[in-house]
Design a protein around this ligand. Structure first.
Ligand code: ZN
Length: 657
């Protein structure tokens, strides 16, 4: 446990609320304490209201904020006096609790207060910090968890048995805590859930959290359960995995009812856990803290029988739903974590960010479960308790209800992605929620974006082995391929046929035609497994319907590509793959067109640059972005029933019309 308190940064905080935000971030930035929106913190401050009355206000973490980057605006101010009265009630429904918390806010624009607000109010300390620290969970989730927690902490913490978070937990704490706390009390452990620390200052509360978690680590060390044996090195897969991964993703997406990304990891820790001889017992109990259930589901799928997993999930729902406090509707029965001896750890989500959250949570869970195993056996909560949290409306609300973007859970591959129309396509597909793989011979493609839904790979498209390797990497990252944008091309013009060398001809054909054959052929088995059908958008050229002199190789290559795509549309319709082409003209905001070249061309025609750029019937300028947006739409629902279409995007051209 590392103490991250920095006196300089703390001194720079203007008031107690800023200090509260600062020490909350210190907790949130340590993944061994909390992960992705887990945990919560508060501070009790005295404020004078508009009519001159002094009020005690609880500033508690607002939902939708993550401790890792919380700001003062992320804390919801709630009137303490009312919260303390609520804590004395016998029963409050979720709906009543949410209503009471909202109506007792002193700032109408504040976020919704945490579901643990009443519990924070009930603890008689100025600062209260709550985490789901790995080390504490490893002890508490072991066979004799409660006895071990008491052995670790003595009577310096109050131990609360597991109850469902929310009002029930707040009431239990309000009852038990005052009876059991004393001058030496430094914290509170919620068995199989997490730990609280508190203090008069932000620093005291924070340092106690660090000390308490360090004490748990020391306990694990003393029991020989801290340093886990190093897993054997991961051997490379015996054969490419892309096909198997894409088939698995298709099966999971079919059960979910919508496409999911599948991110696979074969590092030593993941592989060793997926091959653990006791995995059937350890990995089939449940998450290390109930909060994780909404991300990971109660159980991972072991192996690849997705249909059996879904059937078991339906049974679980049928067993538990009748005893639910309020009517519940079944969530999709697809797994979010898969452990397979060959594929390692697979995490699934409707976005790459969501899949990464699942992965982070499960990686930490592996360590926690293995440490609990060293203490006599990992032991999760019973399925009824986990069901209640999984189907708790206030917990599901954390995931947000915004409708997903059109390409959520889907993967697009764009060639020539580092610049021009390709780069604009990357943006258009990312904006529609797709994970995007960009290929380019320019190494700049690798650093085009720094985000979980982007994978840029340097790739020479004339090298078939390089294409296969790139696809393998892409599928290991995202699980498959749904959409392909054939964009990469070269344009070498200004040579009449009588002077055209065979080398120049072959150079153009190699990129503009041959490479696209390789791409189509290599991508076909993956596109065939796309959950919603494969889609290919082809960036053709106006030169195809209306060629110009001096561009024989370019025009012929685009015509060849066009014919290739038409045949593919015939051959692949039965595989639910549709291919459509765009024929752009005069797109000048690409790497090919420097201001000097543009000026020279305009002068050649005796035109101004602006007039040259808009020399089409509609008098409009065609930008990379215009082409990219249309390419993305070709892959979307508007064109769901169209294949082999050729659409000009040229502002209207008399020769084409
Ligand atoms: Zn918690």
């Amino acid at each position: 446990m590392q103490n991250r308190w920095d006196p300089k940064q703390a001194a720079a905080c203007g008031d107690e609320l800023e200090l509260r935000a600062y020490s909350s971030r210190l907790l949130g930035q340590d993944p061994s304490l909390v992960l992705h929106g887990g945990g919560n913190t508060s501070v009790k401050l005295r404020r004078t209201n508009l009519v001159g009355e002094d009020e005690d206000i609880l500033y508690v973490k607002g939902s939708g904020w993550d401790l890792a980057d919380i700001q003062p605006a992320g804390f919801a101010p709630v009137r303490m006096a009312h919260l303390l009265k609520l804590a004395r009630l016998h029963r409050v429904s979720d709906r009543q609790m949410v209503n009471e918390l909202k109506t007792q806010l002193t700032d109408a624009g504040a976020p919704s207060p945490s579901v643990e607000t009443i519990l924070h109010a009930a603890l008689p300390y100025r600062y209260v910090d709550h985490t789901h620290a790995d080390a504490v969970l490893a002890i508490s989730d072991s066979r004799d968890g409660e006895a071990r927690i008491r052995a670790c902490y003595g009577d310096s913490v109050v131990v609360i048995p597991y109850v469902m978070p929310g009002f029930e937990l707040a009431r239990l704490v309000a009852e038990r805590f005052p009876a059991e706390a004393h001058a030496g009390t430094r914290g509170m452990v919620l068995l199989q859930h997490g730990i609280f620390s508190f203090g008069d200052s932000a620093e005291e509360s924070y340092l106690r959290m660090i000390e308490l978690v360090a004490q748990a680590e020391d306990y694990l060390r003393s029991e020989g359960a801290w340093d886990l044996p190093a897993p054997p090195p991961a051997e490379p897969p015996a054969a490419p995995l892309a096909q198997e991964l894409a088939a698995l993703r298709r099966a999971v997406s079919a059960q979910a009812g919508f496409p999911l990304l599948l991110c696979s990891r074969r590092d030593p820790v993941c592989l060793a856990f997926a091959r653990h001889p006791e995995l059937g017992r350890i990995g089939q109990q449940g998450p290390v803290t109930p909060d994780h259930v909404i991300r990971t589901k109660r159980l991972p799928l072991l192996g690849r029988d997705v249909d059996a997993y879904a059937a078991a999930y339906r049974d679980y729902f049928a067993r538990q739903a009748p005893r639910s406090r309020s009517p519940v509707k079944m969530l999709d029965p697809a797994p979010r974590v898969i452990l397979d001896p060959e594929l390692g750890l697979c995490s699934l989500g409707r976005s790459a960010g969501a899949a990464r959250i699942v992965e982070d949570i499960y990686r930490h869970s592996i360590g926690t479960m293995l440490r609990a195993e060293h203490l006599g056996g990992y032991r999760a909560l019973p399925e009824s308790e986990l069901f209640d949290v999984e189907y708790w409306e206030l917990e599901q609300a954390k995931l947000g209800s915004a409708s997903p973007p059109p390409f959520a859970g889907e993967v697009a591959l764009v060639t020539g992605a580092a610049s021009g129309i390709g780069k604009a396509c990357v943006d258009a597909f990312l904006a529609r929620g797709a994970a995007v793989v960009g290929l380019d011979r320019d190494a700049a493609v690798v650093r085009l974006h720094e985000r979980p839904d982007w994978l840029g790979l340097q790739c020479d498209l004339t090298d078939e082995a390089a294409i296969a390797a790139a696809l393998e990497q892409a599928v290991q990252r995202f699980g498959g391929l749904d959409m392909l944008v054939l964009n990469a091309g070269i344009f070498e013009a200004g040579t009449r046929i009588e002077a055209l060398s065979g080398a120049a001809w072959r150079r153009t054909m190699a990129i503009n035609l041959d490479a696209n054959l390789s791409l189509l052929r290599e991508c076909h088995p993956l596109l065939k497994l796309a959950p919603q059908g494969g889609r290919v958008a082809v960036i053709g050229s106006k030169n195809l319907p209306a060629p110009g002199p001096g561009a024989a190789a370019y025009s012929a290559s685009k015509a060849g590509l066009n014919q290739l795509v038409r045949v593919a549309a015939l051959e692949w319709a039965g595989d639910h793959i549709r291919l459509n082409s765009l024929h752009p003209d005069a797109v000048f905001d690409t790497g090919l067109w420097t201001p000097e070249v543009l000026e020279a061309r305009a002068r050649h025609y005796g035109m101004s640059v602006q007039a040259y750029k808009t020399k089409n019937l509609l008098g409009v300028e065609i930008r990379s972005r215009d082409v990219a947006e249309l390419a993305a739409e070709l892959c979307g629902p508007l064109f769901a029933k169209t294949t082999a279409a050729e659409i000009p995007i040229d502002g209207g051209n008399e020769r084409v019309i």
